[in-house]
Design a protein around this ligand. Structure first.
Ligand SMILES: [Zn+2]
Length: 442
C-alpha cells in the first residue's frame, strides 16, 4: 500500500533500543504499559467535537467484515484518546483510582496525502501515553514532565538536541487545551517535530463523562494528558547525524556498536584473535559483530560505514604481532592504532555519543537567527533555513501571515520567562508578549 514501509531488522532493532530506553523512563515515573484494540466505532470517535474534526480527514475506515457490510463502520485508530476515555469511564470511580498512568506501544494509521519514509507514513509505530488525574495542576505537571523526559531521551540517547516549547492554538493537537513540543533541526535546516505532549484539561472527560468521587464526596471530572513519540525519531537520527557516506549512529541506539573486520580471513591466528576479541566485548555487554564473510575488507569497511556503526576494529597479522588494534571512528573518520592494553571500548563509545551531541548542538546554535520583522525573516530565509527567533503578539492573523509570506510556521512558543521591553510583534507592530521559534518544517 502506498506510503507504508517495511522496517527491516537493522531499522527495527533501532526502534527496539528506543523502546527499551523509553520503557525504563516510563516505568521509573510510575507508568504502566497496556494494549488497546485497534478499531474505534464511529460513534465513539465523534464524541469529542474538536478531536473528530481534526482527525476525520485522515481516518481509514473498515466498512466490511468478510462479505457483510457493517452496521456501524469502524475507524482504524489514528490515535487512541477515545479508546482510553471509554475505558477510563468504566474503571475510574473514586479518587483512589487516580492517577491512571498508562502507555501503549502500537501502530496507528493516518491516511496522509503525501508521505515520506520515517517522517510521514500511512501506518507508523509509536508509543502513546494516556493519563488521568484528579486535578488540573497534576495533569499540567504530567504534560510538562513528560516533555522533559522526551527532551532528556533525545539528547542523551539519540544525541539530538531539541528546542522545547508550546504549540500555538492554531497548531495544537485537536482536543487539547495545551500542546507542548520538542523540535529539532535537520541537516538541511528544516525543523522536525520530534515529540509532543498534551494537556486536555477536562475536555475529553466532559465529552465522555469520566467522573470520580473525590475526598470531599463530590463527583468531579478527571483531567487528562496524552503524549507520543514515533518511528519518526529514526528519521531524525538519519537526518541529524548522517553524512555523505551514510548513517552515523549514536552508540546508545546502534544495533551494532562495534564491528570487527579481520583483514585476512584465511589466517587462522587472525580469526582466533578476532573471535577472542568478539567474546571479550560481548562479555562487556557491548553490541558487537564479527564479520567473517568472504567479502573483501574494503567492501566491509564501506558497508559498515554506510550503516553508521560507531566503531570499527581491524585485525591483521601485523596488529597481532605488535599486540595492537586498528580502530576507526565513524563520527570523526579518525583512524588510530592503539595497544590492546589501552583499548577502552566503553570510553570510546561514550566519547562518540557525546561528540555527536556536541556537533549537533553547535549546528543548532549556529542556525538560530534573530529577527524583528517579516522583512528580516524573509531576508534570512532567502539565504538559509534554520530557526528564527522573534516576538509575537499572539494573534492568529500574524501567524497566518508568516505562513503566507515565508512558508514557515511557528514551531513553538518559548516556555522560558522572557523579559519584554518595548518588543513589538514581527508582523503587526503591536506589543509582543511571546517569544517564538519559526522554521520551515517537514
Ligand atoms: Zn501581531
Amino acid at each position: 500500500v502506498r506510503g507504508c514501509v517495511i522496517l527491516r531488522p537493522y531499522g527495527y532493532k533501532i526502534w527496539e533500543l528506543i523502546q527499551e530506553e523509553l520503557n525504563k523512563r516510563f516505568s521509573a515515573t510510575g507508568h504502566e504499559n497496556i494494549y488497546m484494540p485497534m478499531f474505534i466505532p464511529e460513534k465513539l470517535l465523534q464524541k469529542e467535537k474538536e478531536h473528530v474534526e481534526g482527525f476525520a480527514p485522515e481516518v481509514a475506515w473498515v466498512t466490511h467484515g468478510g462479505d457483510e457490510k457493517l452496521v456501524e463502520k469502524l475507524c482504524v485508530r489514528p490515535t487512541s484518546e477515545v479508546l482510553f476515555c471509554e475505558h477510563y469511564k468504566n474503571i475510574i470511580k473514586s479518587y483512589r483510582d487516580l492517577p491512571k498512568l498508562y502507555n501503549q506501544w502500537c501502530s496507528v494509521v493516518r491516511w496522509e496525502k503525501t508521505t515520506r519514509p520515517f517522517l510521514r507514513s500511512l501506518e507508523f509505530l509509536w508509543q502513546e501515553g494516556h493519563t488521568a488525574h484528579a486535578s488540573f495542576q497534576e495533569a499540567q505537571q504530567e504534560a510538562l514532565s513528560m516533555l522533559d523526559i522526551y527532551k532528556n531521551f533525545c539528547e542523551k540517547i539519540l544525541s539530538v538536541p531539541v528546542i522545547k516549547g508550546q504549540k500555538t492554538k492554531h497548531e495544537k493537537f485537536a482536543g487539547a487545551l495545551y500542546t507542548y513540543t520538542i523540535e529539532s533541526l535537520m541537516h538541511d535546516g528544516r525543523a522536525l517535530q520530534t515529540g509532543t505532549t498534551h494537556n486536555f484539561s477536562d475536555n475529553f472527560s466532559k465529552a465522555f463523562d469520566i467522573k470520580f468521587l473525590d475526598q470531599d464526596n463530590n463527583l468531579k471530572h478527571v483531567f487528562q494528558t496524552s503524549w507520543g513519540l514515533s518511528t519518526r525519531l529514526i528519521g531524525a537520527l538519519i537526518m541529524v547525524h548522517g553524512d555523505n557516506n551514510g548513517l552515523v549512529l549514536p552508540p546508545e541506539v546502534a544495533p551494532v556498536q562495534i564491528i570487527i573486520v579481520p583483514v585476512k580471513t584465511q589466517d587462522n591466528l587472525v580469526i582466533q584473535k578476532a573471535l577472542e576479541l568478539e567474546n571479550k566485548l560481548r562479555e562487556k555487554n557491548l553490541r558487537v559483530k564479527l564479520d567473517l564473510s568472504d567479502k573483501t575488507p574494503g567492501w566491509k569497511f564501506s558497508e559498515y560505514e554506510m550503516r553508521g556503526v560507531p566503531l570499527r576494529i581491524e585485525i591483521g597479522p601485523r596488529d597481532i604481532k605488535n599486540n595492537c588494534l586498528s580502530i576507526h571512528r565513524r563520527d570523526t573518520q579518525e583512524k588510530n592504532i592503539i595497544s590492546c592494553e589501552n583499548f577502552e571500548p566503553e570510553k570510546i563509545l561514550k566519547d562518540i555519543q557525546d561528540n555527536l551531541f556536541l556537533k549537533a548542538s553547535l549546528n543548532l546554535t549556529k542556525n538560530i537567527f534573530e529577527a524583528n520583522n517579516l522583512e528580516e525573516i524573509k531576508n534570512i530565509f532567502s539565504k538559509q533555513l534554520g530557526f528564527i527567533k522573534t516576538n509575537w503578539c499572539g494573534n492568529l492573523e500574524c501567524e497566518l501571515k508568516l505562513k503566507e509570506i515565508t512558508n514557515a510556521t511557528i514551531r513553538c512558543v518559548d516556555l522560558e520567562e522572557y523579559k519584554f521591553k518595548n518588543q513589538k510583534c514581527f508582523c503587526c507592530d503591536k506589543p509582543a508578549n511571546q517569544k517564538i521559534y519559526c522554521a520551515k518544517s517537514y
